[in-house]
Design a protein around this ligand. Structure first.
Ligand SMILES: O=c1nc[nH]c2c1ncn2[C@H]1C[C@H](O)[C@@H](COP(=O)(O)OP(=O)(O)OP(=O)(O)O)O1
Ligand SMILES: [Mg+2]
Length: 198
């Protein structure tokens, strides 16, 4: 079915590549789409699913290989689910630090009980660019937005995401611990099941 020695990851995010490669193990070599093109597709979808499929198709077209895409983000209850699919662009493309600063500001003086949030991850796997039946798997991770950044691991919003089941921020988890319980880990678990890998 799919030749896993040649799977391209449709992402320009080094943090995702590291996490997904660690979850897949050594038998699968995830090649970055960055090896083939530095042009990032416009994420024009209105949902994580649409954007994941769009990125996967684009990578499969460019590389000629089966492609895995990850579209993910942070949905904050107090903000009605924002920044959601716009998480990477929350501070107009100025990067993680600016995104985090903007989120802290948006939740300034909001009490702990109203700071609930969830990370969302949708993985899309296509066998080729026109695949009529992409495999889709999602994972959610519930937590809370901290009043200040804490921790050095991970990427993106990790320093602001409080993990109730570990009583620390997601950036304070070791990479291997995050990879056991994160939204991405849950989606990958489902993907492995769908592929008969477990
Ligand atoms: O585990 C995570 N820990 C912290 N932050 C995270 C995580 N997972 C997603 N996020 C944030 C990062 C970014 O602000 C957005 C994803 O946006 P998203 O468009 O899917 O990824 P991206 O633009 O960084 O790379 P690409 O589209 O090339 O895969 O959510
Ligand atoms: Mg993106």
């Amino acid at each position: 079915m799919i030749n896993f020695t040649q799977l391209v990851l449709a992402s320009h995010n080094a943090g995702k590549l590291k996490e997904l490669q660690a979850m897949l193990g050594e038998s699968v070599h995830l090649r970055s789409i960055g090896e083939f093109s530095s042009v990032e597709p416009e994420e024009t979808g209105l949902s994580f699913v649409e954007n994941a499929i769009l990125k996967a198709r684009n990578a499969a077209r460019i590389s000629g290989l089966p492609a895995l895409a990850d579209d993910s983000g942070l949905a904050v209850d107090f903000l009605g689910g924002a920044p959601g699919i716009y998480s990477a662009r929350y501070a107009d493309g100025q990067g993680d630090a600016a995104n985090n600063a903007k989120l802290l500001d948006a939740l300034k003086d909001v009490p702990e009980a109203e700071r609930g949030a969830q990370f969302v991850c949708v993985l899309a796997l296509v066998r080729h660019a026109e695949d009529p039946l992409p495999i889709l798997c999602e994972g959610l991770w519930h937590g809370r937005i901290l009043p200040a950044a804490s921790g050095e691991h991970g990427f993106g919003y990790d320093p602001l995401f409080w993990v109730p089941e570990r009583d620390c921020s997601s950036a304070e988890l070791s990479p291997s611990e995050k990879n056991l319980i994160s939204h991405r880990a849950r989606a990958m678990d489902l993907l492995r099941q769908r592929l008969g890998l477990k």
